[in-house]
Design a protein around this ligand. Sequence first.
Ligand code: CAA
Length: 256
Amino acid sequence: MTVELHKDDELAVLRLNRPDALNALSFDILRQIGNAFDEVAAMPDARALLITGAGDKAFCAGADIKELRNRRLVDQRRGAELGQSVFAKLDRLPIASVALVNGYAFGGGAELALASTFRIASPNAVFGLPEIKLGLIPGYGGTQRLPRLIGAGRALEIIMTGRNVKFDEAERIGLVNAVAEGDLMEAGREFAARFTRYSLPVLEFARRAVQRAGEMPLYEGLQVEAELSTLAYRLQDAEEGMAAFEEKRKPEFRDG
Ligand code: CAA
């Protein structure tokens, strides 16, 4: 298998394992990733998903360029839709995802990281959407997710020049949430532990509300927020959280 999925305590861990091609995304690998995301969605006790790439050189160097040439337009279009729909599954997962970017995250690899809820970079991480150098533009969500994350001006400059963005710049412009000082997997575990102790359904409401911020006008988004915050209030976990505050103790959330 070139896509491996395992449980590590309360975390699901997905690893792209094709290091000889810098974990490039063949269409077969994309389908495997989609199936793995479906499995994660059905895991009863996973509280976050970590996504990583095998080897120390690349998280993922993007779409498999060798598969891209001499295709019918209709197949190219379906390929883009496949990549987009597989990565969009991350939005609908009941748990948050964290991309652990070790080395190159180019093209579809950067787009996989962008589709994740959070990104942590190692000090050798390099991001890029180099499609312009191939005479292409990003096709697995990069033109839509990058500007939402770092603003249209910066996103356009990165997309239109195809230039590399190293880990430190990525952190400065908000492309990554954190840079790992030591072991990347350990940094991913620690990062996830900062939120996985909270109520899972409430975490999901928070993700849904923030997702809508990028999709709808302010006053519609505020309505969504009012509805989701009321839903959170109806859960036992909200009662427990507020009671624990008053009783000056740690809350014990039960995900309900
Ligand atoms: N597709 C297929 N194979 C790839 C690949 C890719 N995207 N990226 C790397 N590889 C393969 C190389 O062909 C090479 O294989 P061989 O040993 O069989 O020749 C192996 O991985 C190692 O790569 P390099 O020898 O090139 O390694 P390097 O350290 O010299 O360079 C790199 C690393 C700068 C990342 C370079 O490999 C590179 O530029 N790769 C392509 C990156 C790219 O353009 N990505 C965008 C793809 S298009 C896309 O993703 C569209 C979209 O929106 C979905």
